[in-house]
Ligand binder design. Sequence first.
Ligand SMILES: NC(=O)C1=CN([C@@H]2O[C@H](COP(=O)(O)OP(=O)(O)OC[C@H]3O[C@@H](n4cnc5c(N)ncnc54)[C@H](OP(=O)(O)O)[C@@H]3O)[C@@H](O)[C@H]2O)C=CC1
Ligand SMILES: O=C/C=C/c1ccc(O)c(O)c1
Ligand SMILES: [Zn+2]
Ligand SMILES: [Zn+2]
Length: 347
Amino acid sequence: MMHPLLVPLKWLAHACERKTGPEDVLVKVLYCGICHTDIHQAKNHLGASKYPMVPGHEVVGEVVEVGGEVSKYSAGDVVGVGVIVGCCRECRPCKASVEQYCNKRIWSYNDVYTDGRPTQGGFSSAMVVDQKFVVRIPAGLAPEQAAPLLCAGVTVYSPLKHFGLMSPGLRGGILGLGGVGHMGVKVAKSMGHHVTVISSSGKKRAEAMDDLGADAYLVSSDADQMAAAADSLDYVIDTVPVKHPLEPYLSLLKMDGKLVLMGVIGEPLSFVSPMVMLGRKSITGSFIGSMEETEEVLKFCVEKGLTSQIEVVKMDYLNEALERLERNDVRYRFVVDVAGSKIEDAA
Ligand SMILES: NC(=O)C1=CN([C@@H]2O[C@H](COP(=O)(O)OP(=O)(O)OC[C@H]3O[C@@H](n4cnc5c(N)ncnc54)[C@H](OP(=O)(O)O)[C@@H]3O)[C@@H](O)[C@H]2O)C=CC1
Ligand SMILES: O=C/C=C/c1ccc(O)c(O)c1
Ligand SMILES: [Zn+2]
Ligand SMILES: [Zn+2]
């Protein structure tokens, strides 16, 4: 049965596709990753969801048609689209090429485009996207492999770059080993970091160490393990998608260490001030990455031979995949083979 909150797929296939404007690229969707944000959005965890909704923001597709002003792309190119499909181009973040922080950003779904129509994401057969928000998938990256890089990959790459955390030898923690977290391990390892996974259970220990190459593994509920690791990390990337205490992870940081919040959590998180004062520690956040950083992370992954660890599924498995993602039962990202699915039948 279709997920109750999602639009029937046969209906969405061509429903709100606009004509290809001069700056637009018409993309036939090949693959689309499933991010935990898709669950937050579909289940209205932030209270701003509008239905019907077509989620999906880790989109890889093939260019079918381009507008008259588009010179960078042509039919047949393999391209990616992520979380953002519009911005004002005039504000400070836009001028600084960090358009993800534009207050007039347009989300790739659950938003309204400049033409007044709803935006719809990658769980559909095609998207029309302004060329500014399209990236080329470099040779050497399989399209299904590239999909998670367009959100999960750039989401970890961007703060490491922005906060000056790319130097080899740094000691990093990845809290929550899911879609974003597993890319965190891979990207940080490729930068030459010593990487500790901090997980809610011991279930992923062997995979984290043997398959992903983590150097250490902590179970967050094991007080002895956590105490032994106190004051040892330069940063922790926190990907937990639900309310959780911050103090255990602040304790892991060295002086000047950074706790980078990634999870979308609509409830207040708390800590006592000495936890940050005594050690000049920072709690900060980061939101995806810029279009430039998205291009960079794709190149970085090709250069370093990095791949995402994915489970490719068809569209008729989407409901099951969303349920499995929510119960923490995926290694580590579902990617929907959109073009290989019979979308009409899946509804
Ligand atoms: N800031 C940004 O730009 C972005 C934010 N996000 C947000 O980051 C968060 C993580 O996304 P993503 O990696 O796709 O999510 P996943 O579900 O793939 O991973 C989350 C991980 O957190 C841990 N976890 C701890 N408690 C829970 C719980 N109650 N339910 C589920 N997982 C739990 C699990 O790891 P373990 O088993 O190791 O404990 C799990 O694998 C989401 O809130 C998402 O919306 C996503 C992309 C971009
Ligand atoms: O998965 C990508 C989107 C992340 C996101 C981050 C913050 C926020 O408030 C959102 O609504 C989404
Ligand atoms: Zn995402
Ligand atoms: Zn702007």
